[in-house]
Design a protein around this ligand. Structure first.
Ligand SMILES: [Zn+2]
Length: 331
């Protein structure tokens, strides 16, 4: 089943005023049909409707197959019903298992809720957040030693492609670069990448709540779908704040659920598992342990070196070069 948030008062009122108006429920039902591929009924009802976009049931099935190629929905990010040119438009953004940035589906329906058209694209907007001015209680360090480059990070979709999915709203992708490149040569194997197999450490004290291992690392540029974060660790920091570290190296996890960890303790190694095209660390802070229902929290690091300057507290952004103070001191 596809789940959705509670209906807004405005929508409820509009539905009460107009019994025949297309509804969120009808939009969800059409998405469900596209996802299961059981489209015969949809087509029988909508195929001959004026303004029908799809020329045949086969064309509709082809669209549905394309939608499913991005994987199962892992979470609903947002949905809405609006009106355009006299038609109802159902818009749905969801996290999907075969594409890390989420997928946006738009359906048009006529006044009777019949499906007239459908399109999909990658979301290019930030997911809504209630945590814009949140100040984290947990004092996080970079969960890595040495110097790291922020590939994606920050608050806007332009500088952080994660921002379109709610749990990843403020996430970081971290890799190592030398002379502008993250790998030696053509980077055909994981071992060519500077980030590969680097130690991942606990960003703060806490208790391990998720420690999933056993997902085989991808070959570079050949992400295997079906598993978003690959091998991952989630830590409960005791402040209703949880960190997630994903794409970890297969077989590298040193902790299990229930383990108490201290800041800086070795947890695993950087890998290339899940929806990852090259070895890197995905790092995010969340309001609950389950990433499928979590909302991301602004990811503030404490006392680190950013682009050569020591900062007390800051949210890293795309292009930043980060070094924990402890690593800096060891030079
Ligand atoms: Zn990521």
């Amino acid at each position: 089943m596809l789940r959705g948030p509670p209906m807004t008062l405005g929508l409820l009122l509009s539905l009460m005023l107009s019994q025949s108006a297309p509804s969120l429920g009808q939009g969800r039902a059409h998405v469900e049909a596209l996802r299961t591929g059981e489209l015969n009924k949809t087509w029988a009802r909508s195929g001959k409707a004026p303004g029908q976009q799809f020329k045949s049931l086969a064309a509709l099935q082809k669209f549905a197959a394309g939608l499913r190629s991005y994987g199962e929905e892992s979470k609903l990010v947002s949905e809405g019903l609006s009106e355009r040119n006299g038609l109802a438009v159902y818009q749905r953004v969801a996290g999907v298992t075969n594409w890390a940035r989420g997928l946006e589906v738009e359906l048009t329906m006529d006044g009777q809720g019949r499906l007239l058209g459908a399109s999909m694209k990658f979301p290019t907007k930030e997911a809504a957040t209630a945590y814009g001015s949140y100040r984290a209680l947990v004092k996080l360090r970079l969960p890595l030693d040495d110097t790291w480059h922020v590939l994606w990070g920050g608050r806007t979709w332009e500088e952080n492609r994660h921002a379109s999915v709610s749990d990843m709203r403020f996430a970081l992708d971290l890799l190592q670069r030398k002379n502008g490149s993250s790998a030696v040569g053509r980077g055909q194997k994981n071992e060519d990448y500077f980030a590969w197999s680097q130690p991942v450490v606990a960003p703060a004290d806490g208790v391990v709540v998720v420690a999933d291992d056993g997902v085989v690392d991808n070959q570079p540029n050949h992400a295997v779908g079906g598993n978003l974060y690959g091998n991952l660790i989630v830590i409960d920091h005791g402040t209703e704040e949880f960190t997630l570290m994903g794409h970890l190296k297969n077989g590298s996890l040193l902790v299990k659920p229930g383990d108490r960890v201290t800041q800086g303790q070795r947890l695993a190694r950087v890998g290339n598992s899940g929806m990852s095209t090259e070895p890197h660390l995905h790092f995010q802070l969340m309001d609950t342990a389950d990433w499928q229902t979590a909302h991301g929290l602004p990811l503030q690091l404490i006392n680190f070196v950013r682009n050569g300057t020591v900062v007390d507290r800051a949210e890293p952004r795309r292009g930043d070069v980060l070094t924990p103070v402890s690593s800096e001191a060891r030079r």
